[in-house]
Design a binder for this molecule. Structure first.
Ligand code: AMP
Ligand code: FE
Ligand code: FE
Ligand code: ZN
Length: 281
């Protein structure tokens, strides 16, 4: 049977794997298709596409956006987006700039606590345009200011801890629109983690295409629940490991194996969307 992992991160955001390493693991595990979903970035997609091509793995472009609706945080996966789309690239560049200012705010707070970590040290370690808290945690450990990533989060970076700075979130409705205008499919990521059930009907009205029923942190019962919701709202079904490499313990790739039939359905949806002329509104 063919299967896919449609939720993966590399060092182009807060994962630790390079595209080469990720594709290597995927090949060893027998994946037929992969999607790269780095936070607020499509930068790794070109290399990932080349490497997957050489490895005989089908590659799907993607990104993961942090969004909100009525104060509920949710993550949106955009699949099959055109990675050259100007509006998408401009908006992603804006989110990336906000992420960089957030790092400066976090290090400023650490400095106030007499923890001498410089923003530049975080940027050097992150070496990507989409830095986040995991990079601050790694920089704290590297500088000998914390013994472990867990300690960094527990003492400083977790929600409501002294160096925590909330992350900028885009409107979920705008997120769906942004993904669509870049030719992609909009999918709600790991609904079981964000308690976003009330938002599903609202996003369905806005054109949500699918829902991530299978995720490492979804129990069998949770997946079953979202499969039922997908059926009810005629949503496509996706799934992925949300592997961040060695960022949080063991690499998660391989924990979710999405049957390939779901990839076929995603592809048919994209094809039918693209064959229809845009309806002006
Ligand atoms: P950010 O998007 O910058 O707010 O960072 C969120 C990332 O930090 C997610 O990938 C989380 O899984 C990760 N994270 C949150 N808490 C911890 C923790 N205690 N240890 C390691 N990573 C964590
Ligand atoms: Fe992440
Ligand atoms: Fe997420
Ligand atoms: Zn993710």
């Amino acid at each position: 049977m063919k299967f896919a992992d449609l939720h993966l991160h590399t060092h182009f955001s807060d994962g630790t794997f390079s595209p080469e390493e990720l594709a290597g693991h995927a090949q060893r595990l027998g994946f037929a298709a992969l999607a790269l979903t780095d936070h607020d970035s499509v930068e790794g997609c070109t290399r990932m596409a080349e490497i997957c091509g050489a490895a005989g793995i089908e590659f799907i472009t993607g990104t993961e956006l942090t969004a909100e609706h009525n104060d509920t945080e949710l993550h949106l996966l955009g699949y099959f987006v055109d990675t050259q789309d100007e509006k998408l690239l401009a908006d992603l560049a804006r989110f990336q700039a906000v992420r960089q200012s957030r790092i400066r705010e976090m290090t400023a707070r650490l400095n106030e606590l007499n923890v001498p970590l410089e923003a530049e040290a975080v940027f050097a370690l992150a070496n990507c345009k989409s830095p986040g808290r995991p990079h601050v945690a790694r920089a704290l450990v590297k500088a000998g200011l914390c013994r472990s990533l867990d300690e960094a989060f527990e003492r400083f970076l977790k929600k409501n801890r002294p160096a925590w700075v909330p992350k900028a979130r885009m409107s979920a409705l705008e997120g769906v629109e942004l993904i669509h205008q870049a030719g992609g499919l909009a999918v709600m990521a790991h609904p079981g983690l964000n308690r976003t059930d009330d938002v599903i009907p609202v996003l369905v009205d806005a054109g949500l295409d699918g829902i991530e029923c299978f995720h490492t942190k979804h129990s069998t019962a949770t997946s079953a629940r979202y499969l039922e919701i997908a059926g009810k709202f005629h949503l496509l079904v996706t799934g992925g490991s949300d592997c961040h490499g060695f960022s949080k313990g063991k690499p998660l790739i391989g924990t979710v194996k999405l049957p390939y039939e779901h990839v076929e359905k995603l592809k048919s949806r994209v094809a039918s969307r693209r064959s229809k002329p845009e309806i002006p509104h």
